[in-house]
Every structure is written in C-alpha cells, then in structure tokens.
Design a protein around this ligand. Structure first.
Ligand SMILES: [Zn+2]
Ligand SMILES: [Zn+2]
Length: 330
C-alpha cells in the first residue's frame, strides 16, 4: 500500500512527530489531495499549545492547503484529477442547523474544521469534503498563495465586518494584515499598522505593504480611525483600539483565541462604538476573496520550511521571528 507522511500532534503541548500512514482513500463526497504546500496559521499554534479545546487527537494540523487532486470520491462532480485546489479551515458544515439555513454557515452548530477536528495539510496527502474545496486556477505559485486560504479568507471576512471607512487600523501585522493592507490600499483606503512595541522591522514591513503609518500598539494613531481589526491574540488591544476609533467606529477581533480583555471605562465604548468578533468563514467569503485577491495584485511574503521542520516553523511564529507567513513544503 502507498504511504504518506504527516506531522502529527499526539497531545497538546508536545512537538509534532513525523509519521508514515497509508495514503487515504476518499469516501463519497470527498477529494484526496496531493499537498503541494500548506501555510502555518496562528490557529495551528493555538491547537498545538492546547488553547483550543477538544481537538481530534492525534491530529494533523494545517488548514491553508494548496494541492492537486489525486483521487475523487463517489458522487463528486465539477472537479478533475490534477486540478489545483485550496482547502480552508471550514472543512464541512451540517447544512441543516439554523445558522446553515440562514447564510451563516460560519456559525454552524456541528462544523468540521480542517487541521482541528479532521486531519489537515501538514502532510504529503490530505482528504477534504469536496463542497468546501476551492479551485485555484494556475496563476500564482503554490506556496505563495497558501496564506490566502485562511489569513486571506478570514481576513477578508474581518475586513468586510469593519465597514466602509477610509482609515483602517490593523493590530498585529502578520499574514492576514499584510494581505488586507494590500486590498485596502488598492481600494483607496489608508492603513495604520500597530505592532509589538519597538518592533521596527515589523513596522518597516507594514509600510512596505502600503501602510501610511506604522507604530507601537500602545501609541495612538496620528489620525482617528474609522475601524480597527485586531489580529494579535492580545486582549489589551481591545480598549486600545476602542480609544483609537471614532464615534460609531468598529473594532473587529479577527482571531480565534485571545488573552482576557482587561476592564475599561464605559466611555471608550460610548458613542456607538462597536466591538465584535469574526468566527471562521463562509464559502461566500472564499468566493469573494478569491475573486478580489488577484485583481488587487495580492502577493504574500513567505518563509518556506520542509514539512519535517514544522515544529521550527511553529516556534518561529510563536516567537514573532517571521515577517509574513510560514509555509510547509512536503
Ligand atoms: Zn450547520
Ligand atoms: Zn487559520
């Protein structure tokens, strides 16, 4: 039987281990993919570090998969062997709960998440529900477009939730922010980037992706913001961002996990400022973003790691030693 290789998490807070397994056979409705590249997302860190509860264990992390279709299960139509596709975080939904029926499948009561409750892309092969795979065409290099599959898609949802204002603050300038900064600039908006205090490399990085201003997250911006999106998993940024937005402005929390939000005076929320979170993505978000990203000329700064060095990639992300995104190459 043909073998695949995967980096496996046996239990949270332990390093991933390389394992050989039989190549999976797609069941009805599924596609089997030969993984070409898989991006490393901060959510993978939360899974590995035990900050997200109840992962399937053992689990193969990874939900920014770009690969080629190697086998197609029964009943799948519209895909061809060899086609390049992307597999995102939202792996499947129930289709029948009140959220699925009302256009909010991102909030499904019984979802499946790639690399969290089903095996993901830190591997040479992966299986996915065909309904949640997206054709990617042939433009762009495999590794360079992996961040689109989560940083891009969930970033895009956060961006839409932030509304239409001109001045947009981005707290935490990693994979998602460097993509959105390009989209926002292309749309004529002005990006204000906030990084860890004193991280001048990240501030230079932000300016090189279109930010009109970049500074420390405990500084106020030079102008009032219409909205802010927080990607850094730091609860203290919520009051900081509220202080920076105008009356009626929005603060969107774009991550899946954040440290506790410290108490803050009601005056920061007063005057119809909003605080909200963004959870997961819908397939509609994906279709919109995959349409807009090439038009906006979005390109990603990536650092490649061979698959077997996944632990090093995670640790570099944890330590803030990366500009842009880490990508694993099997
Ligand atoms: Zn549902
Ligand atoms: Zn992600």
């Amino acid at each position: 039987m043909a073998a695949m290789r995967a980096m496996v998490l046996d239990r949270p807070k332990t390093p991933l281990v390389m394992r050989e397994r039989p190549v999976p056979v797609p069941r009805a409705g599924e596609i089997m993919i030969e993984v070409k590249a898989c991006g490393v997302c901060r959510t993978d860190l939360h899974v590995v570090d035990g900050e997200l509860e109840h992962p399937k264990l053992p689990i193969v992390p990874g939900h920014e998969i770009v690969g080629r279709i190697a086998a197609i299960g029964e009943g799948v139509s519209g895909f061809a062997a060899g086609e390049r596709i992307g597999v995102p975080w939202l792996g499947a939904t129930c289709g029948v709960c009140r959220y699925c029926r009302s256009g909010q499948e991102n909030l499904c009561d019984a979802p499946v998440f790639t690399g969290y409750t089903r095996d993901g892309g830190y591997a040479t092969h992966a299986v996915a529900d065909a309904r949640f795979c997206f054709p990617l065409g042939e433009a762009g290099e495999d590794a360079a477009i992996t961040p689109w599959m989560c940083a891009g898609l969930i970033g895009w949802r956060s961006y839409r939730m932030a509304g239409e204002g001109t001045n947009l603050g981005l707290y935490g300038f990693g994979a998602a922010a460097h993509i959105l900064s390009q989209v926002a600039t292309w749309q004529g908006r002005r990006v204000f980037a906030f990084t860890r205090n004193g991280d001048t490399a990240a501030q230079d990085f932000a300016r090189s992706f279109g930010a009109v201003w970049a500074g420390n997250s405990d500084e106020g911006p030079p102008e009032e913001l219409d909205a802010a999106i927080i990607f850094a998993p730091v609860g203290a940024l919520v009051p900081a961002a509220l202080k920076a937005v105008r009356k009626g402005g929005r603060v969107v929390c774009g991550g899946i996990h954040m440290s506790d939000i410290p108490s803050f005076p009601y005056a920061l929320l007063w005057e119809e400022r909003h605080v909200m979170s963004v959870a997961n993505l819908t397939r509609q978000d994906a279709h919109e973003f995959l349409m807009i990203a090439p038009k906006a000329g979005v390109h990603c700064e990536i650092t490649r790691y061979p698959l077997e060095r996944a632990n090093e990639a995670l640790s570099d992300l944890r330590g803030g030693r990366l500009q842009g995104a880490a990508v694993l190459i099997p």
